[in-house]
Design a protein around this ligand. Structure first.
Ligand code: DGL
Length: 265
């Protein structure tokens, strides 16, 4: 049986946390992963710029013959999912809807925290989707713009600078009734241990897991028991990409990165 070809993209290596979960929960996929390492971060840019980058990312993946695309980026999902879905004919999935559904089921207190990039938090996309699936929730959104550069530059979660940054962003929800925290940017699972230590008792939601578990409900995947395969593309040389991916992710090995000129798409 021919494998189902899907494309997965992010601004950089954050989407690898989604890819890892997709490979854990789904067999028989032929995946093309694109990390826009030349233009990361997306989260501090305007929605217009993010949309322009995302359209080029999608056009590159389409050139590879993919049958569906997963936006493994909270920022793109929050700011231009509808636009991408209206421009292109294949199924295009974002990370927000599956995460909101799962978080709404997980919370007992009804107070959910949402961490994300500036663009994601300003868009209010998680709050809107959470309100749609379960009304009456209390939602606290926190923009954490320093997390992505720390991760992309290889700072570990035990580094004092990372610990201070976690404290700076998350102190407003420590010792509150927030019991569920959406790691609303796909880079953030790389800091999950540090965040979990700072917020004991709070359940952390990896948005990649929520998406991967429900992938078959939203895109037609042909039955095939073989392990999924991945081809990696980036827009700039990036040593951290491989090192971090291979150190932290269990389901995939990021080898043989090919560089493309994304501005040509
Ligand atoms: N990993 C991305 C996200 O999920 C984007 C981070 C960035 O480029 O700012 O939002």
């Amino acid at each position: 049986m021919e494998r189902t070809k899907i494309g997965v993209f992010d601004s950089g290596l954050g989407g690898l946390t989604v890819l890892n979960e997709i490979c854990k929960y789904n067999t028989g996929l032929e995946i093309t992963y694109f990390g826009d390492t030349a233009r990361v971060p997306y989260g501090s840019r305007t929605p217009e710029t993010i949309a322009r980058y995302a359209e080029q990312d999608v056009r590159f993946l389409l050139s590879r013959g993919v049958e569906a695309i997963v936006i493994a980026c909270g920022t793109v999902s929050a700011t231009c999912l509808d636009r991408l879905q209206s421009l292109y004919r294949i199924p295009i999935l974002g990370v927000i809807a599956p995460a909101a559904k799962e978080a709404a089921n997980m919370t007992k207190t009804g107070h959910i925290g949402v961490l994300g990039t500036k663009a994601t938090v300003q868009s209010g996309a998680y709050a809107k989707e959470l309100e749609r699936v379960r009304s009456g929730l209390t939602i606290t959104g926190i923009a954490c713009p320093l997390f992505v550069p720390l991760i992309e530059n290889g700072f570990s979660e035990r580094d004092p600078i990372t610990e201070l940054t976690i404290e700076r962003y998350l102190s407003p929800i420590r010792n509150t009734d927030t019991d569920t925290l959406i790691l609303g940017c796909t880079h953030y699972p790389f800091l999950a241990e540090g965040i979990g230590t700072y917020l004991p008792g709070v359940k952390l939601l990896n948005i990649g897991t929520a998406l991967a578990k429900t992938l078959r409900e939203t895109i037609p995947i042909r039955a095939c028991d073989e392990r999924s395969t991945v081809s990696y593309f980036v827009s700039d040389d990036d040593i951290a990409f491989q090192t971090i991916a291979n150190a932290h992710l269990d389901a995939i090995a990021a080898t043989d990165l090919k560089k493309i000129n994304i501005e040509a798409y």
